[in-house]
Design a protein around this ligand. Structure first.
Ligand SMILES: [Zn+2]
Length: 203
């Protein structure tokens, strides 16, 4: 469990208190009531596929900065605390690769405990809209659409990126966790499986 010294709400020194089945750092100020449950983060990545001449390629970016500078991965990043996942992944694809794409569904996610933090990394499928891939010249060194064959000769394509692309290639668009329009607004969304009639996706 990570440790912090002072209450982030009222700056009082924290004490240990039994809460929810284990000892946790908590604010002794009764009116404040802050309890430290740990660090949580949500990451997202976008699988954007484009077909050209019978070959399906996936959008990848090359990292321009450490850690792992020079390696290739799906465009993505952290969702802000006040940002919906679908907005975050579309923004990251736009910022990192200059490609406009729309969220379609979630094809998988990874839950990882990393030292003092716990992270959920959601791999989303997006529909390509427009734009030619270009690096942002800062976080990304290059961007482009690549087939699995082409990835073989590229250095350091991230394993979870390949995993996400494969899941997207081997499932029907919309067959993953999709946003349920019923009741979603700009503060919350529900993601669920939808039965997909093959006649729809086969077009
Ligand atoms: Zn406090």
């Amino acid at each position: 469990m990570p440790r912090i010294s002072y209450c982030p709400r009222c700056a009082t020194e924290l004490v240990m208190r039994h809460d929810g089945g284990r000892d946790r750092q908590a604010c002794p100020d009764g009116e404040c009531g802050f309890v430290f449950f740990g660090d949580f983060s949500i990451g997202c990545a976008g699988v954007v596929l484009r077909e050209d001449g019978g070959v399906t390629r996936a959008l990848l970016i090359q990292r321009g900065q450490p850690p792992y500078a020079g390696t290739w991965q799906l465009p993505g990043g952290y969702a802000e605390h006040d940002e919906l996942l679908t907005t975050a992944v579309e923004r990251e694809v736009r910022e990192e690769a200059a490609v406009e794409a729309r969220f379609r569904d979630v094809v998988g996610f990874r839950h990882m405990i990393v030292g003092p933090s716990t992270n959920i990394y959601v791999v989303c499928r997006l529909d390509y809209v427009d734009g030619e891939p270009a690096s942002d010249g800062d976080e990304t060194a290059a961007a482009g659409f690549y087939s699995f064959d082409e990835m073989e000769s590229m250095q350091g394509v991230q394993g979870i990126s390949r995993w996400g692309i494969r899941h997207a290639l081997e499932s029907h668009p919309g067959s993953g966790l999709s946003v349920d329009d019923n009741g979603s607004d700009n503060r919350w969304q529900m993601f669920g499986l939808t039965d997909v009639d093959p006649r729809h996706w086969r077009g």
